[in-house]
Write a new protein. Sequence first.
Length: 297
Amino acid sequence: MRVVMVGVDGSTRAAAASEWAARLAVLGGAELVVASAWRSDQAEGTSDDFARRRAETRTLLEGPWSEPSRAVGAAPRTLLLDGAPDVLLDAAATEQADLIVVGNRGAGGFASLHLGSVAHHLAHHTTRPLAIVPSAAASALPNTIVVGVDGSPSSAAAFAWCVAVAPALEAQVTAVWAFEPFLEWVPETDPKSWHRRAERELSSWVEPLRDLGVSVDTLIVEDIHPVAALAHTAIDRSANLIVVGAHDLRGFIKVRSGGIAVQLIHHIGLPVVLVPMTSKATPRLRTTSADGLRGSA
């Protein structure tokens, strides 16, 4: 990776996301951009009032809001945006960010929800890889990854992201193929069976990771919902990152059909990276030594 962008708003959850993004950036040798969206919360006021409040937000962004990332060794660049929080998506495209990072909830309302309104909106509309980070997971190094695959183009995008990122993170990867197949009239050992086809495709998919020296294993889970399979595998393997694909935007209302990713974010306390099928960001690997950060964590 070359650019990681994290959205902050002064909340504790945003601070946790900033810390996590900084650890990832340092491990991957990437530039960290700490961004915040400023929008006046008052309908009335002079231009001087607006300028003063915006300047106050910039001071916070460059100071305490960036401190969590500096505390773990990153040297962030700050970016103050104008508008609603979803301007982060446009900014990520302009900055050619390889990953957008946000907390699972921000400073706004909806406090009773597991996933905040901003994060939920970004998850449904991003065209670049997006990480949603629960506060409790901020200090965990992203070095044990579970990636969900099912042979679809969306899961191919998720796996391609792992191929690009895992070597720099010196991460271990488990590729999980979870499916609830229709009743088959051939035994599992038959070459034409669903299980054998999944084995062949998984073997082909993990080969690029093994060629790069990444420790990777595969797991085929049948007759269980993919969310449960990924969650159980992440717990069993003590994973600290889940990567999944999301289908393309479709229809008139532009709602993403990658429900597995959103369900995971709701139900498991681990960072989830959502990789769109038509991602405009192809992660670019930059190999650096991670020994320094690993030793200090």
